[in-house]
Design a protein around this ligand. Sequence first.
Ligand SMILES: CC(=O)N[C@H]1[C@@H](OP(=O)(O)OP(=O)(O)OC[C@H]2O[C@@H](n3ccc(=O)[nH]c3=O)[C@H](O)[C@@H]2O)O[C@H](CO)[C@@H](O)[C@@H]1O
Ligand SMILES: C=C(OP(=O)(O)O)C(=O)O
Length: 418
Amino acid sequence: MEKIIIEKSPPLHGRVRVSGAKNAALPILAASLLGTEDIILEDVPNLKDVEIMCEVLKSLGSEVVYLDTNTIKINSKNLNNYETRYELMNKMRASFLVMGPLLTRLGKTKNSLPGGCAIGARPIDLHLKGFRALGAEVVQNEDNVFAYSDKLMGGMIYLDFPSVGATENIMMAATMAQGETIIDNAAMEPEIVDLSNFLNKLGADIRGAGTSTIKIRGVKHLGGAKHSIIPDRIEAGTLMVGAAISKGDVIVENVITSHMKPVSAKLRECGCTVEEGIDSIRVVGNDHLTAIDIKTMPYPGFPTDMQAQFMALMTVLEGTSTVIETVFENRFMHVEELKKMGADITVEERAATIIGKDKLFGAEVKATDLRAGAAMVLAGIIAEGKTIIDEIYHIDRGYDRIEEKFRKLGANIYRQEF
Ligand SMILES: CC(=O)N[C@H]1[C@@H](OP(=O)(O)OP(=O)(O)OC[C@H]2O[C@@H](n3ccc(=O)[nH]c3=O)[C@H](O)[C@@H]2O)O[C@H](CO)[C@@H](O)[C@@H]1O
Ligand SMILES: C=C(OP(=O)(O)O)C(=O)O
């Protein structure tokens, strides 16, 4: 079993390039089931979740070939299987995103319920509401969901919450439904825009992605395309917090600076210098960073996927910080782990209060989920002594060589087999 070991490190310093976004790559890989010609995806991050999604595509009849570490060629001309395998589906949440493409391309799809990080109940009711609005029959039991329709028809869907996954699944299903679909209260995340751009390159007719109303006019057929995945704003944010927490000076390259606004704003608010370049951001920390408050919200609000990393930072900010988590109901699992390192945090329902301490201390901790794992890495960089992080498969789901990137910036971090 592998663990990540971190020893107290000097202030992080230097330049680091961000990989393509996991949360754009996964839906775009799922959307590749829709095209009947060659699809080339560039800047695909090298992640466990991507590997699993490629296995899912292959199990459905797509040809998937790695042209190099970050470039994948997919051909789904011979897509022939509408049923996904439990052992692949239960490994990650995003596997469920094949449902929309299969429904519209093959007229039916059967999937076991998705797995993934235990950060909340994560129901799929909004995805299914969308499929039903397009005229599909949907039958759900304890283990599986079966959806079918001889002819999907455009429909009007209002999402009770701007769910990222539901917006993506419905958008994909609607690409080849007859007539116009309108998704209201749609998620506005940059990854939705990337998916929409990709689908339009395949020949879809989607307008409004990135706003709360998305209109999709169904087309008869989708072809092929070449597409580069957008940079990962959560990986970028994690590296930016690395600069802040270690009082370092880091230039994070390959970022879309507008996607980083909530993160940049909160780092400035606590006292960091944040300078935006054309496609890079420099973050400079200092000795006098002070408490901040964050409340997670759908985009363009503060991302829930950055909450744990900011909480690691708050443990050493001067004063009392607060976090309110509004997106997921169980996303404070990192709190107990940070407390093992000496952090002073109390949680009441969806609110955490963090009293800043002078220092943290190395400890044996767990990556209880993906971003909780990233928080442990950040805390470990500044903690006195040695931090050993267990269950790092969570981290590998979503970070492409996390230890190499932090090591490049001067962190004493390595991976060891136990
Ligand atoms: C692969 C991917 O892109 N994952 C991201 C995606 O997850 P994901 O797409 O699963 O997140 P959603 O936006 O769907 O979930 C947000 C909230 O809506 C609820 N909900 C969702 C669907 C549904 O049918 N019913 C329902 O109640 C969820 O339980 C959650 O409380 O967006 C999340 C919110 O930004 C991020 O944390 C994840 O990193
Ligand atoms: C929760 C996350 O991912 P997923 O939706 O794939 O579980 C995440 O990226 O932080």
